[in-house]
Design a protein around this ligand. Sequence first.
Ligand code: ADP
Ligand code: MG
Length: 218
Amino acid sequence: MKNTGIVITVATLKGGSGKSTVASCLAVHWQQRGRRPALIDADPQRSLLRLGQREKALGGVPVHETGESGADIAETARRLAAAYDAVIIDTAGFRAPSTLAALAAARLILVPVKPSPLDVDVMLDTARTLFRTADGGAPRFYCLLTQTTRDSVIARHIRSELAAAGFPLLDSELSNRVAYGEAALFGATPSLMAPNGSAAAEIAALAEEIERLPETRR
Ligand SMILES: Nc1ncnc2c1ncn2[C@@H]1O[C@H](COP(=O)(O)OP(=O)(O)O)[C@@H](O)[C@H]1O
Ligand SMILES: [Mg+2]
């Protein structure tokens, strides 16, 4: 049987949590390591498509567009998964119908959360219903802390809050670093701009943790 690539959807309940950053950083990292990733931009804001048009063009990772309704997401994801190792879908947020299609198409869902009590409250309020409806089975989503400050009390507090609420949370974090925004200016990610830097190292650690998840190893 032909092996198909993993489809990863990045979705959050709050804007500005770092979805497009996580999606682009993972894709570029895997591309740099000789894998074959593809991106699907399911956000009408078209952040990834725009990044792909800037100078560094996301290191050559292809970015695929979908229609506003999301009706073509499942088909696009399936087609790309047959040809690529990883298909990463960036979404608009939960209110968009296209996001539901992107969630349904995913084998793994990543939920970036900023370590702010307000962000976490929004997440806890709505996540259960949204995440459990998919197939009622074991959760295949993982929260990921982004824009964290090193050793902050609040991040630690939120880690324990999420754990208590039964939300799977990745050990890896993306910290708050200017390198992410600066790289985006050039249509790049830290792995392209400064492959030996601290941001590239935390992206690599995140990618490796994802590679070890049961959903990925299948
Ligand atoms: N780890 C980080 N450190 C610093 N800035 C970040 C980080 N992640 C994202 N940002 C910045 O925060 C803003 C929102 O991130 P973005 O990925 O566009 O979020 P979303 O796609 O969820 O709206 C952008 O300006 C981005 O450059
Ligand atoms: Mg975005």
